[in-house]
Design a protein around this ligand. Structure first.
Ligand SMILES: Cc1ncc(COP(=O)(O)O)c(C=O)c1O
Length: 476
């Protein structure tokens, strides 16, 4: 293919940078390519920003949370659990922090997913919360899995899930793990560099490959495209290598960043993916791609809006009509588990700084189940569970981020390790003057929490999890 014809095909898309185009499997020719931008699109980037702003105003329901956590049962379970603990006599660790996991909430979230994104098959990102009860529940609902390592693949296969329901979504894999995936017939995997393709050719040549493209994730809570994803300038070289090595390129994947809030990136990434689909078929004359993987980055708080924008982009670039044989998958993590877990933690020590100010030490922190503060930029909200013989689960005003007449006790809250970094919040305001032996609770702590907890400094953070099902029954 000549530079000339490439420019004709994408009149504004090909300029100024280098990439490799292959002429029907023959020697590579270097073209100048600045790709992607000019797939025929309904919106320019500026128009898109205005449109999304308008959408948000037109759809107040975007901000309505669809979940209904089983508060009555969660509160009852927390109450019963801590009532069994006598801090004066208990064995070491019996007063450890613990979770209540609400499986009914995961059901609700799945129903909500299917309602808003009926075309998109979720592959849950195991890294987010690999608890076997959660994985089993998701598998039974027909959710598939995104695994990033041998152990994650092994765990999912161990649940009896078929290998076709797994995508090995790590673009930079160890050779031994690729061989393991090959042995287990896990075929779907992602890549974003030429070296990976040579490894895959050697160890797993019948892989079904997804080319991961970079996105603009600069506004996401956790950026991923700084580490993974091919820039569009490099896509031609990657496609050419797939062709040369006779690998099975079957789709495109992207991830707009975890905790994404600017959904114009979903639209733009879908548009870029369309460009790759067209390029593969029309310029490289390879088999048409058949799967688009829209990654993760969804969260409950903004799910309706993200789904709306994604559907708009899919309708435009991958319409669900008979001419378009593309299936759509996603790799949601946080969305499926964050709101399903509530953590209870015990006040183990207190230092009074002034009559209305204290340092409170609890038995979980940033090296334990609240590592999300460091790694995931979360800000867990402390609430009072138990103080001076009374339970306060339903008191929304037991704590506040700001000083007020009913929350006058200023605290900083610290984890149990000896590291000064182990701080949960530097400043919060409590209704009660907490004492040693009281309990706090933290909602929405299901994502990127227990999965990365460590035993640093000798604090075992394998917290007990009390699971409740959709009928409010405790799982034995
Ligand atoms: C490749 C990949 N897919 C999916 C996810 C899940 O993202 P999220 O939890 O934001 O949905 C991640 C998170 O890091 C990821 O790296």
């Amino acid at each position: 293919m000549s530079v000339q014809s490439a420019q004709e095909y994408y009149p504004h898309g090909f300029q100024n940078s280098s990439a490799t185009l292959v002429e029907d499997g023959a020697a590579a020719a270097v073209a100048t390519v600045s790709p992607g931008i000019d797939v025929k699109a309904r919106f320019t980037d500026d128009e898109l920003a205005v449109h999304l702003d308008k959408l948000r105003k037109q759809h107040p329901e975007f901000s309505i949370l669809p979940h209904q956590p089983a508060h009555a049962v969660i509160s009852q379970q927390m109450t019963q659990h801590i009532a069994r603990i006598n801090a004066e006599t208990c064995l070491p660790g019996e007063e450890n922090s613990f979770f209540v996991g609400d499986l009914g909430e995961i059901d609700n979230l799945h129903r909500n997913w299917k309602k808003h994104l009926p075309r998109v098959q979720p592959f849950y990102a195991v890294k987010c919360n690999p608890n076997p009860v959660v994985l089993t529940r998701l598998a039974s609902m027909g959710v598939n899995f995104d695994c990033a390592s041998k152990l994650e693949i092994e765990t999912i296969l161990g649940l009896g899930v078929a290998p076709e329901r797994i995508i090995y979504a790590n673009p930079c894999k160890m050779a031994s793990f690729i061989r393991y995936a090959s042995d287990k017939r896990v075929l779907k995997s992602t890549f974003d560099n030429v070296e990976e393709l040579h490894k895959i050719k050697k160890f797993h040549p019948d892989s079904q490959l997804f080319l991961r493209i970079a996105t603009d994730d600069s506004t996401a809570q956790c950026r991923l495209s700084t580490k993974y994803g091919a820039d569009l300038e490099n896509v031609c070289e990657l496609v050419a290598t797939c062709k040369e090595l006779q690998l099975n390129l079957c789709g495109v994947s992207f991830h707009v960043g975890s905790g994404a809030n600017d959904f114009s990136t979903l639209y733009k990434a879908t548009r870029d993916a369309r460009w790759v689909f067209d390029l593969v078929q029309n310029e490289f004359h390879m088999q048409p791609l058949t799967v688009l993987d829209v990654g993760g980055g969804f969260q409950l708080e903004s799910f309706a809006e993200a789904a709306h924008v994604l559907n708009m982009a899919l309708d435009e670039f991958f319409p669900a009509d008979s001419s378009n044989n593309v299936s759509i998958i996603a790799e949601p993590g946080r969305y499926f588990v964050a709101s399903a877990f509530t953590l209870g933690a015990n006040v183990i020590a207190k230092r009074k700084v002034s009559p209305r100010e204290s340092m409170i030490y609890i038995n979980d922190g940033v090296y334990g189940n609240m590592n999300c503060i460091l790694f995931d930029h979360q800000e867990p909200t402390p609430r009072t569970l138990h103080h001076a013989g009374a339970f306060h689960y339903f008191d929304d005003e037991s704590t506040s981020a700001t000083h007020s007449s009913s929350q006058q006790h200023k605290v900083s809250i610290w984890g149990p390790t000896c590291d000064g970094l182990d701080c949960i919040t530097k400043e919060y305001y409590m209704k009660h003057d907490l004492v040693v032996g009281d309990w706090l609770f933290f909602q929405n702590l299901g994502a990127y929490t227990s999965s990365a907890a460590t035993a640093f400094n000798g604090f075992d953070q394998q917290a007990t999890i009390i699971f409740i099902d959709e009928n409010g029954k405790v799982l034995k």
